[in-house]
Every structure is written in structure tokens, then in C-alpha cells.
Write a protein that binds this ligand. Sequence first.
Ligand code: G1P
Length: 292
Amino acid sequence: MKAKVRKAVIPAAGLGTRFLPVTKTVSKEMIPIIDKPMIHYIVEEAIESGVEDIILITSRHKEDLERYFDYNYELEDRLMKAGKVEMAKGIKKIAESCNIICVYQKEPAGLGHAVGCARPVVGGEPFAVLLGDDLIDAKVPCTRQLIDVHEREELSVVGVMEVPLTETSKYGIVGGKKLDERTLRVETMVEKPAAGDAPSRFAIPGRYVVDSSIFDSIAKTKPGKNGEIQFTDALLDLARNKGLLAYRFDGDRYDTGDRIGYLDATLTFGLRRPELRAGILALLEKHRTGAK
Ligand code: G1P
């Protein structure tokens, strides 16, 4: 019988150095896009994809993340007493809609190591992995698209998008045999290759659905690029031993780990809010023309 994907792992133990100094005391995942922290969007994608249990891989410095997914009884009570019922329900919703399980990554040993920390919670089930620096805006959530492929093909799958050769050094890049317009069977994977070493232009922007045998691959993986246990290297082992697909998902991706990508996401999501649209457009015009 096919196993349903009910769990998602979200690695969130990183230091967020690209957003210093704010990340000195605020977790980078808590930086808001308008008024919701980035992690909120990622957790929503997982929930909308059918995930029930979310395993946050975090560290002892990031209690703000854990607290965000808890109830805030005092605040809810005060909002209720002030007659702000919708607001009170709104702040409770994310905490009600899934189970959040926090696991510490005790040492910064790489993304593969971070995912490996979820083993005791995930057990033998297939699961999704979502990286917090990548927001993917799609009609069908990207993780759902990958779960559909996993259910149909009964193979682990990574989401990919085509990038220019000048950008291969920012991503894990896959190479392999084309099966159809959207799907490849992965034969090789390289973490952040220079353009000349890239097996293709298909890059992984942080969405994966994998079988639990990935944990054996992670356990075998030696430190690779930057002396870290790379998830990409473990996935290559999985590809060779059990098979792995790459699926060109339908959707737009924002690199919110990058300051310009972050602004792009803020504008895109802000312009979609009817109450903010006119104000944002007026501001952009003011800056474009230099008007006072
Ligand atoms: C990680 C992964 C890389 C992936 C990228 C997506 O790198 O190691 O394979 O393409 O996320 O954002 P990081 O950006 O964390 O260095």
C-alpha cells in the first residue's frame, strides 16, 4: 500500500548571516513579509499540501520560532475582551492547523545533518522537506505537486526550476534522463557547481519529497562542500540506490534569503492585498520619479 505523506521537515537552525544585524536576536525565519513571518508562509504551504505534522529543526537560540506556533492566551483574551474576535481567531489559526514538533540540531553540521535530526520523529514514513529561504507562489502548492508525483511514481522527488548558467553556483543542480516535459530521472547531482561543471540548468529551490531510506543515505554521507554534510550528496546516494525523480514544478519562486529577493516577495505579496495595493504603487512612483 502506498504511504501517504503526512509529515514535513523544515530545517530552521541556520544563523541567518545574510540578514545581520537583525538576526543577532531575531530568527531569520521570523522576518515578516508584510505582517506574517516567512516561516508562516512555508508552514501554510505544507498544510495546504496535506501535511499534518511539521518538524522544525531548530536550535536553542531560536525560541521565538517555537513560541510563534504556540497559543498566546493572554493576547487572545485581551483581543476578545476588546471585541476583536476575528483578530483573536487569526492569531490562533496557525497553531491550531497542524502539530509542530521542534527538534534541536545541536551542531551546525550542514543541511543533510539537519534533515537527519528528524529521523526519530519521522520513522519509516515518506516526508516532505521545505527550506525556509524559498517562497514558492503557485496555484497548486509546490509541495503538493511533488507529493502527487511521489504518489503516482512511488519514488522520491525533488522540485526543480531552470536557472541561467550564471546562477548554478547558488544551488544543488541535477542531471539525468528526460522522461517527459516536466520529469527527469536523476543520474547526477552537484552542490553549487560553477557553470562549467553544472550537469544541467535544473536547480533545486528547496522542495523535496523523500522516502525514509534517505536517512540511511544521510548516515553514510561524509562531509562535502564547506566541510558540511550536504543534503545534495545524500540525495545522490538515494538516486543511485533507490531512484530519484526531478520535477519541474509550476510556480514562481522568491529567494527570500537574499535582500533583493526578499523585497521582491514583499512587493508581490503586498500588491496582492487590496488594502495596500494603491499605497504601495504610489510609493513606488514617488521613489521612481524622486518626487517629494
Ligand atoms: C541549500 C541546498 C541547495 C539548494 C538551496 C536552495 O543551499 O544545499 O542544494 O539548492 O538550499 O535554496 P543553501 O542556500 O542553504 O546554501
